[in-house]
Design a protein around this ligand. Structure first.
Ligand code: UD1
Ligand code: CA
Length: 427
């Protein structure tokens, strides 16, 4: 089993935000969450060390609330990427295995690439492997320096590079795999004699070469995976890259998506073939959508939504934490939250499940059995149960359980006053 070290202590000044950079989100998951999940999903790592510094408390809380195999280690002050990794020395003195180092602000890295990278490291009997990529515009990245035989010599940071070195298009992706016991001594020998006066992690390459280690570079195929987030523009671009990838996967699997440009689907949502997703639909979180469903246009699924086959969720319908069985329709202007809805149910336009009591802050469940018909503009005040086949008259406010096959309505009686308009106008 290997361990990961994820660098997340930096300030992220260019985000212009009070939120620490790695806690910004794509869909509902933080950037750091994407990186930890990518490592965990390889099945290769048993423990992750997240280096925290800027707003350490918030980042630590996120990690401890969400991951039981991740620890945070404080780096204060932040003296560079090499210094950041050295923070794990006291914890891993005797660890005899591989360490993979990643950055908390590259959320698009995939488990498959991490696996391939570690396999490359093993296949080459490497002691130290760095991930590189070929960029047409390599500005700001560390450049990979190779000698005349093409083997890896070292990494030079943009700020330390000669104009000749700046022409190099092979860049340091910032992901490393180390034979820990062999590379560990490097961290007590790093110097700060560089343009930024920092302890550079990149200097371990030169150190490895001069200490007789087997040092290699793995060239990444898909550059998008190491897209780093430094600004809100980068965040928007990364979201769009991820979304395009998810949409393509669903299209390849037989889901119809009318307008990929206005459709957003969280990577954790599953959709069965022949379902149609209409334009301007936003699907976030973990959801499961069955076959032959129609979702949207302008639908919003907010997570934990399980939809069986042949279900319609139409215009301006928001659904959260709900199970909806087959052949049920909620076609217009509704909110369905914390609900379980049976088969063949019709949810009329404008129906609201009132699941939240803002005074007690308690959320409650609405349970609707098979064949129920809910009339338009009804409010179902949870907790409430509508038993099989019951019919709710339009505009009703339902505050009690409704027995099966009954009609429930709270509508005030319709009054008709003959000739009223004419009388009014003649005054
Ligand atoms: C680093 C690499 C560069 C590479 C680039 C890839 C070094 C010296 N340079 O440059 O070769 O091309 O990443 O994106 O490593 N961090 C800490 N503590 C610190 C400093 C940084 O945790 O003291 C974290 C940051 O939060 C960030 C990561 O390390 O997640 C990278 O730091 P950053 O300052 O962005 O390095 P770059 O200049 O981009
Ligand atoms: Ca960076």
């Amino acid at each position: 089993m290997l361990k990961s070290v994820i660098l997340a202590a930096g300030k992220g000044t260019r985000m212009k935000s009070e939120t620490p950079k790695v806690l910004h989100k794509i869909f509902n998951k933080t950037l750091l969450g994407y990186v930890i999940d990518a490592v965990n999903n390889t099945g290769l790592a048993d423990e992750n060390y997240v280096i925290v510094g800027h707003q350490a408390e918030n980042v630590t809380k996120f990690v401890s609330d969400n991951y039981n195999n991740a620890k945070t280690v404080l780096q204060s002050p932040q003296l560079g990427t090499g210094h950041a990794v050295s923070m794990v020395l006291p914890y891993l003195n005797d660890f005899n295995g591989e360490i993979v180092i990643l950055c908390g602000d590259t959320p698009l890295i995939t488990s498959d690439t991490i696996k391939e990278f570690v396999q490359f490291h093993k296949d080459n009997n490497s002691d130290l492997t760095v991930m590189s990529a070929i960029y047409n515009n390599p500005t700001n990245y560390g450049r990979i320096i190779r000698n005349s035989k093409g083997t890896l010599d070292g990494i030079v940071e943009e700020k330390d590079a000669s104009s000749e070195q700046k022409q190099i298009k092979e860049i340091n992706a910032g992901i490393y795999c180390l034979n820990w016991q062999k590379v560990k001594p490097a961290f007590s020998e790093l110097k700060t004699n560089n343009a930024q006066g920092e302890y550079y992690l990149t200097d371990i390459i030169k150190w490895g070469n001069s200490n007789g280690l087997n040092v290699n570079a793995f060239i990444l195929k898909n550059n998008e995976e190491i897209f780093g987030i430094n600004s809100k523009a980068n965040l928007a671009e990364a979201s769009s890259i991820l979304n395009k990838k998810v949409i393509k996967k669903h299209l390849d699997n037989g889901v119809t998506i009318i307008d990929p440009n206005t459709t957003w689907i969280d990577p954790e949502t599953k959709i069965e073939p022949d379902t149609v997703i209409y334009p301007s639909t936003y699907i976030e979180g973990k959801n499961i959508i069955g076959k032959n469903c129609k979702i949207g246009p302008f639908a919003h699924l907010r997570g934990d939504v399980i939809v069986d086959d042949e279900v319609k969720i139409g215009n301006f319908v928001e659904v959260k934490k709900a199970t909806i069985k087959s052949h049920t329709n909620a076609c217009h202007l509704s909110y369905i939250g914390d609900s379980v809805i049976g088969n063949n149910v019709n949810i009329g336009a404008g129906t609201i499940t009132a699941n939240y009591n803002p005074l007690t802050k308690v959320k409650s469940q609405t349970i609707i059995s098979d064949n129920v018909k809910v009339g338009s503009n009804s409010v179902l005040v949870a907790p409430v149960k509508i038993e099989e086949g019951a019919n709710i008259g339009a505009l009703s406010v339902i505050t009690k359980d409704i027995p099966s096959w009954s009609l429930a309505l709270t509508r005030s009686p319709l009054k008709i006053i003959d000739g009223w308009v004419k009388k009014f106008l003649s005054k």
